[in-house]
Design a protein around this ligand. Structure first.
Ligand SMILES: Nc1ncnc2c1ncn2[C@@H]1O[C@H](COP(=O)(O)OP(=O)(O)OP(=O)(O)O)[C@@H](O)[C@H]1O
Ligand SMILES: [Mg+2]
Length: 248
């Protein structure tokens, strides 16, 4: 058992109800908050697609920029594909065939350099990564808890409850839900926001850990830390990682 623990990748998997819901922003904020508390937290984006490394537009580069972590983008995202397609198809277009083992093994040396990794998924839980595996299979194989990032506006109850159900079906522990105002044109225009958190809790049985407000496009890690401290119930996240560090 100890041997298994030695090799285990520790951390938190940040998934979401969809692409574009704010996983990168949330992953950066949580990582910056953990680092500010003295934990040597790193970031890992197992697969990304849609832009080339070096463009500054990839999630790996955005994560490094907004956390201030000194790491090579290709270490944070060992598999980057340019095509703006789901990872499976973007990899295929680049002539690459991936398996879950290849994806996970590519993150092991990164994991050894950090106490814990905050891992950003691709899209949502049912996004195909390989011919056999979806994001949910990657989370399950990693044996780490997940956090669900969801939009704060209309439609989020349905997406969040379905995502939670999908993860639970595979026995994946869920730390909670984080709502994000990022995509809202104007929060005041959406009356569902006032009740979404409570209804998500009622119908999913999960805790909504907070609601991230709209930030400036170039938010620094200081802003992310400050905003996160004011808006996120951080204790369950800290605890989910601490348990793993204690070998639990
Ligand atoms: N709270 C926020 N304030 C301001 N902008 C935000 C916020 N959250 C997200 N955004 C912006 O919305 C867009 C989508 O967010 P983000 O890239 O974090 O989503 P994602 O879930 O990581 O998407 P992907 O599936 O492509 O990885 C980005 O341009 C991001 O800067
Ligand atoms: Mg992202």
């Amino acid at each position: 058992m100890n041997k298994m623990n030695d090799q285990a990748i520790r951390g938190l998997f940040v998934t979401g109800t969809d692409t574009g819901v704010g996983k990168t922003v949330v992953t950066a904020a949580l990582t910056a908050m953990l680092r500010a508390e003295g934990l040597n937290a790193g970031v890992w984006k197992p697969i990304q697609s849609g832009a080339p490394l070096g463009s500054g537009l990839t999630d790996a580069e955005r994560l490094l920029h907004s956390t201030g972590i000194n790491e090579r983008p290709e270490s944070v995202a060992p598999f980057t594909f340019e095509a703006p397609l789901t990872p499976l198809l973007a990899a295929k277009q680049a002539g690459v065939t991936l398996t879950l083992k290849i994806i996970i093994d590519a993150g092991r040396s990164l994991a050894k350099r950090y106490d814990a990794l905050i891992i950003e998924g691709a899209g949502g839980v049912a996004v195909p990564l390989t011919n056999e595996a979806m994001v949910v299979d990657l989370i399950s194989e990693l044996r780490i808890p997940a956090l669900i990032v969801a939009r704060s506006g209309l439609g989020t109850i349905n997406h969040t409850v379905m995502t939670a159900s999908f993860l639970r079906h595979r026995g994946i522990p869920i730390v909670g839900v984080l709502l994000n105002d990022g995509e809202l044109p104007e929060p005041n225009d959406d009356p569902s926001i006032a009740t979404n958190a409570q209804l998500i809790e009622q119908f999913s049985g999960l805790k909504v850990l907070g609601r991230l407000p709209r930030l400036h496009a170039e938010a620094t890690s200081e802003t992310l830390i400050h905003t996160g401290r004011n808006t996120i119930d951080f204790a369950p996240i800290r605890e989910a990682i601490a348990v793993q560090l204690m070998g639990g």
